[in-house]
Design a protein around this ligand. Structure first.
Ligand SMILES: Nc1nc2c(ncn2[C@@H]2O[C@H](COP(=O)(O)OP(=O)(O)OP(=O)(O)O)[C@@H](O)[C@H]2O)c(=O)[nH]1
Ligand SMILES: Nc1nc2c(ncn2[C@@H]2O[C@H](COP(=O)(O)OP(=O)(O)OP(=O)(O)O)[C@@H](O)[C@H]2O)c(=O)[nH]1
Ligand SMILES: [Mg+2]
Ligand SMILES: [Mg+2]
Lengths: 291, 276
């Protein structure tokens, strides 16, 4: 981890000035640490270039050692790249606010849908309606209905409607039910599945979501940039949610998806229970990635 | 594009990059490119030789494919484990169908007694395939479900019992303890069992897969891996750093959400796909 190698290199820089030579060595250690943390290679490359440019461009103040300076530069740069802190969801003045959740299979969309509905009701006094629009996974509709029952939050589903029409109906129904926030739980899909990505586009066309969140598994490896890029180009994402951060994955995927989409990481999932959704803290994530 | 000639740093860096992006991790990627550099030191190489060199080396690491360890007599018990959302339940449906097609009498145990609609999900697969499923009370102790399933498997002479478990992170001590208890119950009821403990790994997972494999192996003696979602763009190269830490054969790969989207692991095909 960067703690073992980074601090060794950094310790070796004690009392020294920043030179091209020691920047190069330190940058090599950072690169390994970030790759082991699953930050995507192109993102690592651009990050280390930034860090080394910054380090070389610095006026070294008397008495400050190169090692300390490096730690600060890396930490600060990473925190800044991961930010901003913005868990707020702007709500519509007229009509229901529509939130669409999308992502790869098994990333945690259905669970996150329920967590978000709970958070919006309990903390923002919203009246949410969850929509079971995954028609393909066995018992997906049942899964959302069970979660809705646990939370006492209504779940909409109408048989014989394809997801775009189903979601459109749901938004109409929300008005009728007096619900002011609609959360669309969609089927997991591959970013390379043209038909299913097209279906997602149709859902967005029909419901004009106010928020479109990509739900990503925090333990995702190098592939995170591929899927995030594709989802972002297909739908104009408004935010990212990272799940399963209660594990010990370093979570480099967070930097990858942030960097490739430019969208804010709004929340993180930190457990299976429905109260385990927290606002994202870039500084904590930065420390975690650095190990 | 690699050009035949001296193996220069640019060419090696390109190869190292593609290995890293396939989730080999920086250390194993560097080892492989160093091996390549040493092999071609001072020699002229033909571009067409590089990839085959790597393929040969990687196939050697993967070894020969290993099938399921069937019981000598009685029911073969297969415990399926893994972290959340990797594809355990879906893989069990695929395995059940495959065994059924080869003439085996298959029983499935709905050992995920916790997650919303987990039993229903497996139940739907069971119905579609015409396969018997053992289920317990809602929120029952999974060990109790497994206990019942083993009794039924032995009494009604099933050839194979597939046990589904709840997803769990290896960092959740109480859940790993729960899994260990299930394992002990199996061992107690059935001395040779479980004959297989299959850890399901999602091919999109990065270096954390190494932790998953080693921790689950420590807990419940994993005997094989199922690598899912290889129909996506992830290459599953993390299998190589895993094999550094622990000897675990990949037995199957998942290549889609349908019940037929399961393939017996073919090391040559897998390695070829890494460079595809
Ligand atoms: N530990 C942990 N588990 C989570 C978290 N979020 C979701 N899960 C679990 O991950 C698994 C998959 O979650 P789902 O909500 O079914 O994922 P999904 O994206 O809806 O899956 P598909 O609809 O099949 O694409 C379940 O076992 C969840 O309980 C989290 O933050 N932490
Ligand atoms: N594309 C693709 N999707 C898969 C594959 N295997 C499973 N899935 C999908 O991944 C999602 C999760 O699968 P599950 O079988 O529910 O995973 P699980 O490990 O049982 O999940 P938990 O019990 O919640 O931990 C579902 O949407 C599956 O259809 C695969 O090989 N390829
Ligand atoms: Mg779902
Ligand atoms: Mg399951």
């Amino acid at each position: 981890t960067i703690t073992s190698r980074f601090t060794d290199i950094v310790a070796g820089l004690r009392g020294k000035k920043i030179t091209e030579g020691n920047v190069k060595e330190t940058v090599r250690a950072i690169r390994v640490a970030l790759l082991e943390a699953d930050v995507a290679l192109p993102v690592v490359k651009s990050f280390v270039k930034k860090v080394s440019d910054k380090a070389l461009g610095l006026e070294v103040v008397e008495g400050v050692d190169a090692g300390q300076l490096f730690v600060k530069i890396v930490q600060d740069e990473l925190t800044e790249l991961m930010g901003p802190v913005d868990p707020e969801i702007p709500f519509r003045n007229k009509g229901p606010t529509v939130i669409l959740l999308a992502g790869l299979q098994g990333s945690g969309k259905t669970t996150t849908c329920a967590k978000l509905a709970k958070l919006l009701r309990d903390k923002k006094e919203r009246r949410p309606l969850m929509v079971a629009a995954d028609l393909q996974r066995p018992a997906a509709i049942e899964q959302l209905k069970v979660l809705g029952k646990q939370l006492d939050i209504p779940v909409f589903h109408e048989p014989d409607l394809a997801p775009p029409k189903l979601c459109e109906r749901a938004v109409e129904e929300a008005q009728r039910l007096g619900c002011d926030t609609v959360l669309l739980d969609t089927a997991g899909r591959l970013h390379i599945d043209e038909a299913l990505m097209g279906e997602l586009k149709d859902v967005a066309k029909k419901t004009k979501p106010d928020q479109i969140f990509l739900v990503c598994d925090a333990m995702t490896g190098q592939d995170a940039v591929n899927s995030a890029k594709e989802f972002n180009e297909t739908l104009e994402l408004t935010g990212l949610i990272l799940t399963k951060l209660d594990g010990d994955a370093r979570g480099g995927a967070a930097l990858s998806v942030k960097h490739i989409t430019g969208k804010t990481i709004k929340f993180i999932g930190t457990g299976e229970k429905l109260d385990r959704l927290e606002p994202f803290h870039p500084d904590r994530m930065a420390s975690r990635i650095l190990g | 594009q690699l050009v035949s000639g001296k193996l220069d740093d640019d060419a090696l860096e390109e190869i190292e990059a593609s290995l890293i992006q396939a989730d080999f991790g920086p250390r194993v990627a560097l080892e492989l490119t160093d091996a390549l550099r040493d092999a071609y030191k001072g020699k002229e190489f033909k571009q067409e030789e590089l990839i085959p060199f790597l393929k040969t080396r990687l196939s050697a690491i993967l070894g020969e494919p290993e099938g399921i360890r069937w019981a000598d007599s009685g029911t073969t018990v297969i415990l399926v484990t893994g972290v959340n959302g990797t594809g355990k339940t879906t893989s069990i449906a695929k395995l059940a169908k495959s065994f059924q097609l080869s003439g085996k009498k298959v029983l499935v145990a709905a050992g995920d007694t916790f997650r919303a609609a987990a039993v229903e999900q497996l139940g739907i697969w069971g119905e579609r395939l015409g396969i018997e499923m053992v289920r317990g009370e809602e929120n029952a102790d999974p060990a109790a479900v497994v206990f019942d399933a083993i009794d039924i498997a032995q009494k009604d002479e099933y050839d194979v019992l597939l046990i589904d478990t709840a997803g769990r992170l290896h960092t959740q001590t109480n859940l790993m303890n729960q899994l260990e208890k299930v394992y002990r119950v199996i061992q107690k009821r059935f001395p040779e069992a479980p004959h297989e403990v299959l850890q399901v790994l999602d091919a999109t997972t990065g270096q954390n897969a190494i932790r998953q494999a080693t921790e689950f192996k420590k807990s419940v003696n994993v005997t094989g891996l199922v690598l899912t979602k290889l129909d996506g763009t992830a290459k599953g190269g993390v299998i190589f750093p895993i094999l550094r830490e622990v000897q675990l054969p990949v037995k199957y790969i998942g290549v889609g959400e349908g019940v037929d989207d399961l393939q017996v692991f073919d090391p040559k095909k897998f390695v070829a796909a890494l460079f595809g």
